[in-house]
Design a protein around this ligand. Structure first.
Ligand code: PLP
Length: 399
């Protein structure tokens, strides 16, 4: 069993999560539970593989060999029932790079691209920085759950002649794991209106009990011709700084066009050599580590839920179905988003991801990273509780 309780300092390691305050206009001393990487070491097998490569000392060009593609395919097959081979995979230096390449490949300037809201904010940048028209389809938030508004979804596709829908599956920041029926409905509408679905499945490995991640392409074989699936070991095994992703295609034409844009954009054909070693080791040997980790994060989720219910009932957890990120509703505190942000920084001394940055429906929420040792989470919750009680000194604290 891994020791996820161990606190390993990341300060002064040039990591954005702990050191980023220095150039991101934040004060010193905040406890950072924002960006989506974990405060845990990668599996031993990954550290060993990279150490071995480093010790070899020759860092010339590398390539993804059969073992690499075998490791990716076998993980996708065993974990997600997703049958792929080398021919289905194109590597990129990350999922966001892949989304940019895909948008440039499969749409033209001013074409409409749809995203849900609130959503992982780089989706907005991918659309806007490539000169495409952003069409937003807000989710319905009802009784603590998020649902797709399918009639709005279809209406917007028709009204704006949408070319691409970027699906977040599972869904950051709201923690939703889409059901097969929901994915089927999305796919049917997109098929009907010839919309390409770019399914960002970077969080695919991180789903909690009673939920199953369903790769979009597995829902219906007709979806093979209308989708691109973006995967990566980076969130799963904490490898984001190695910059690697495996983008999956089930239609040769889509794949060839994507590869042509990738080359034209100046990306190298192969990932960096450390990413290759890490991906192989993680997918071949990381299963047990990941299963233990999901159990640990599940305990952190319970800790957060119980703490809020007991001490700060006006703040509500949106029950995550997947991801190691919790989406928490602070609207009960009656602050606008600027007040809430200032409160988190100046009073609670916490650095969280502010809900409003995820767009429509996000203001008043905070995204909290649960991939931390439980003592760190508890420290964050104590800071939060104290700051709230200091605002309302006359309200008694329940035992
Ligand atoms: C949904 C989603 N897509 C993409 C990324 C970033 O991927 P990459 O670092 O591979 O560009 C993240 C990171 O948190 C994410 O949550």
């Amino acid at each position: 069993m891994e020791n996820f309780d161990q606190v390993i300092s990341r300060e002064n390691t040039s990591c954005v999560k702990w050191d980023g305050w220095k150039n991101m206009n934040k004060p010193e001393g905040l406890l950072p539970l924002w960006v989506a990487d974990m405060d845990f070491q990668a599996p031993d097998a990954v550290i060993e593989a990279i150490s071995k490569k480093a010790a070899h000392g020759i860092f010339g060009y590398g390539f993804c060999d059969h073992e690499y593609y075998g490791a990716v395919s076998s993980w996708m097959n065993k974990r997600h029932n997703l049958i792929i081979a080398q021919e289905n995979v194109v590597t990129t230096p990350g999922v966001i790079a892949a989304l940019n390449i895909a948008v440039n490949t499969f749409s033209q300037i001013n074409d409409a691209i749809m995203i849900n809201k609130p959503v992982y904010y780089p989706f907005d940048q991918v659309v806007e920085q490539n000169g495409r028209k952003k069409v937003e389809c807000p989710m319905i938030f009802k009784d603590g759950h998020y649902l797709m508004d399918f009639s709005l979804f279809e209406q917007k596709i028709i009204n704006h002649k949408v070319k691409i829908f970027i699906l977040c599956n599972p869904y950051n920041p709201i923690g939703k794991v889409w059901t097969r029926a929901e994915l089927k409905k999305i796919g049917e509408i997109c098929l009907k209106h010839e919309v390409l679905v770019i399914s960002d499945e970077i969080h695919m490995d991180f789903v909690f009990k009673n939920h199953v991640h369903i790769p979009f392409v597995n829902v219906d074989k007709r979806f093979k011709d209308i989708c691109v699936i973006a995967t990566s070991p980076s969130k799963t095994f904490n490898l984001a700084g190695l910059q690697c992703a495996n983008i999956l295609f089930f239609n040769d034409d889509l794949k060839e066009r994507f590869v042509a844009t990738k080359r034209k954009s100046g990306f190298t054909d192969e990932p960096n050599i450390m990413a290759i070693e890490a991906t192989k080791a993680a997918y071949l040997h990381g299963k047990k580590w990941l299963d233990d980790l999901i159990g640990y994060v599940e305990k952190n989720k319970s800790c957060l839920r119980t703490f809020l219910a007991k001490h700060i009932p006006e703040v509500k957890l949106v029950e995550p179905e997947g991801l190691y990120l919790a989406w928490v509703d602070f609207t009960g505190l009656d602050m606008d988003h600027e007040q809430l942000e200032a409160f988190m920084i100046n009073e609670a001394k916490l650095w969280l991801d502010e809900g409003y940055i995820f767009g429509i429906g996000g203001a008043g929420f905070e995204r909290i990273n649960l991939a931390v040792p439980q003592s760190v989470l508890k420290e964050a919750l104590c800071r939060l509780n104290l700051a709230i009680k200091n605002r309302n000194p006359h309200e008694s604290t329940p035992n």
